[in-house]
Design a protein around this ligand. Sequence first.
Ligand code: HEM
Length: 453
Amino acid sequence: MTPTKSSAPPERPWTTGTAPGSVPLLGHTLALWRRPLQFLASLPAHGDLVEVRLGPSRAYLVCHPELVRHVLLNPRVFDKGGVFDKARQLLGNSLSVSRGEDHRYQRRMIQPAFHPPKIAAYTAAVADDTRAAIGSWQPGRTLDISDTMHALLMRVAARTLFSTGVGEATIDEARHCLRVVSHGIYKRTMAPLGIMEKLPTPGNRRYDRANARLRQIVDGMISDRRRSGADHGDLLSTLLRAEHPETGKGLDDGEVLDQVVTFLVAGSETTASTLAFVFHLLGTHPEVEQRVHAEIDAVLGDRAPAFEDLPSLEYTRGVITESLRLYPPSWMAMRVTAAETELGGRTIPAGTMILYSAQALHHHPGLFPAPERFDPERWLPDRAKEVPRGALLPFGAGSHKCIGDVLALTETALIVATVASRWRLRPVPGTALRPQPKATLEPGPLPMVCEPR
Ligand code: HEM
């Protein structure tokens, strides 16, 4: 069979290698399971394309930014199979797991909810919710910034994307259910055999209950909106009004529900974790924190931040980018080859798992000098020019690139500016950051003490 010609495979003398430490039968499965972040970050030292054994199967981690771009820009060859096939059974055929024509249609239909004027319109609610959240903080009080940001982001998603009138208690309940569901989806998609999740264990029953309750809450939001017939111009209205360009058919309630749950899973934990990492980094780097405060004070004075202020907060945005580099919430993703193809000078058979990892790229000393150093100045215009194309990849690339990237960056900058203009957050002494790679990279509990500025 001739290898499938995908668009312009980059040509140069690529280096390929095999990850060390394969053990009989399991290959590298244990290393990837037990210490995924360290394992992934160690692999670029072995080549631009590194073979990894997952039990009896061969997979490849793409370690060079140009090869990663090639994979992500050729979705017909490097398709969403493998874990995405399993996720489709849990999330329905929604945007993040659909493929081919179906994906193109969904993306066209949903994109308008993320156009810049929409994002600008969402920001008033983000600022309001943030002010309301920090309004109850007390000097000297300790709060878990991870948990606080998760609660805030769930409220923000409910108000902006779904303009829902459901009460605080229901939003909080939905947040708890979402955590259980998101962890459950991750475990179920990663489990090699698919047997454990079917047993009536307490964990599986908890997942089933949380999933049913989350869907019941979202179902209620959809019925309310259908009944009222109001167009809020948000994501929910976009979904309810969508029509297939050829068949004219809209989405039924089950399909809308799958999309809403997908957006909650994909959008709220990632952004909340980013914020928690940023506040931790600011709290542990007083010199950076001072520059952020100085910039925010100079741009805002006594005003509350608004969408229009964000372009002026250049250093603060550098802090956020640097946090996304060090702790990319989407730490690993995969594709499966739909046909035999060439990659990095190798012939790869159809059905091979191809991994790409922001964690591996972002910690590669050949791409980022002193990669473990928190250095927001990397992102000031002069130095940012030196970063190789495609080396920073927190939101992916190509047709599956994060649809919420601008929204996430806007929300993050606005929330950082709103909090930092009033409060300084000090890490409780002895707290160590231990990022936990799950469905997204999570910071774990981060107790911090509130000090008024
Ligand atoms: C800091 C926050 C975020 C990060 C780091 C992030 C990261 C990513 C990445 C890396 C992908 C591509 C995955 C792949 O290549 O397989 C992705 C896709 C996606 N993201 Fe995000 N995301 C964030 C926030 C959001 C938000 C706020 C939303 C929506 C409200 C969202 C919705 C989605 C969806 C629906 C997809 C699938 C897109 C498609 O396949 O067409 N994300 N995200």
